[in-house]
Design a binder for this molecule. Structure first.
Ligand code: SAM
Length: 292
């Protein structure tokens, strides 16, 4: 088989040589038909393909009969490999960067390589395609005008709750990558840290057992507490805070600031006067905050 060709449904296509530089190429997140024609051109035409796991990449290449030179580039060898890759880019090669699935750099290696390649004056190109982040967002039914991708949450509950508390007032839909095996515990922490918001889980996107669940966090927690749907890969999406929550956070911030220089009682009186809220209510809130 010649280099610089790919095969699609029995037909063989010649791939043009891509321009010199680093080509960040998205690959499918399950359904191989989500590969793009441009991705095939670049994977077949590049001088080499940098990939996380050569066995995973080889399976994809074989599917499209691409005989690319594969080079492993992953978090364990990245520091050692980067200078070698930069030297190849400096020599005018066209290199493709892929990850095991989806878009490289999105919870996957590549960010430092792109930064170093740019700093070294190499061209960097995107060949966009599948990403679980956007696929999850479009099926969730939650606001899409603003969203915050927070990657994976910490595996331990205390650290997870702390991270969720930091994200509580983020003014957009929260998007996480999560393991279905851990989703029941994570949902419990989400309710504790964020309140019972609308949410969705999108599991096995683009694959045979694709399942999207939508409801309040408590509905999803009840579902996963039964121990079902624990296999595969998952995106967790959570609606932004409601306006009342934002008001509460602002009130807390004012109380905390005022309590820096006044007693709890005086601070509550001042903030109650400023906001027109009942003094007893503000005092109770200040006591709770003061007790933290
Ligand atoms: N770079 C990839 C992307 O663009 O989506 C993500 C890589 S990250 C290491 C892998 C995580 O993405 C999985 O643990 C899961 O949370 C999510 N993921 C990947 N494929 C998925 C799929 N088909 N359905 C749902 N989530 C998926």
């Amino acid at each position: 088989m010649n280099r610089r060709t790919f095969s699609l449904e029995g037909a063989v296509f010649a791939a043009p040589a891509p321009p010199a530089g680093l080509h960040v190429v998205a690959t499918p997140i399950g359904n191989l038909r989500d590969i793009t024609l441009r991705a095939l051109d670049i994977l077949a035409g590049a001088d080499a393909v940098l990939c996380e796991d050569t066995r995973v990449a080889r399976t994809l290449m074989d599917h499209f009969a691409i005989s690319a030179t594969l080079i492993a580039y992953h978090e364990h060898n990245a520091a050692e490999m980067r200078p070698k890759i930069l030297a190849r880019l400096a020599a005018g090669e066209a290199l493709a960067l892929t990850s095991d699935a989806g878009t490289p750099l999105v919870s996957d290696p590549g960010y430092k390589l792109v930064g170093d390649a740019l700093a070294a004056g190499a061209a960097v190109y995107a060949a966009p395609g599948a990403s679980a982040l956007l696929a999850g967002l479009v099926v969730a039914g939650l606001p899409t005008d603003a969203f915050f991708f927070a990657g994976f949450l910490p595996p331990k509950s205390a650290a997870r709750r702390a991270r969720l508390a930091e994200l509580r007032m983020t003014p957009g839909t929260l998007v996480f990558y999560e393991s279905p095996r851990r989703i029941a515990e994570t949902l419990a922490d989400c309710i504790a840290a964020l309140g019972d918001r609308p949410a969705a889980t999108a599991r096995e996107l683009t694959k045979k057992f694709e399942t999207t669940r939508r409801g309040r966090l408590s509905d999803l927690a009840a579902l996963y507490a039964q121990g079902e749907e624990t296999r595969g890969e998952m995106v967790l999406l959570i609606a932004p805070p409601q306006p009342e929550e934002a008001d509460e956070a602002t009130l807390d911030a004012r109380l905390l600031a005022t309590m820096q220089t006044h007693s709890v009682k005086d601070a509550a009186a001042i903030v109650a006067g400023e906001t027109g809220l009942p003094r007893r209510e503000v005092y109770a809130r200040a006591l709770r905050l003061g007790g933290k």
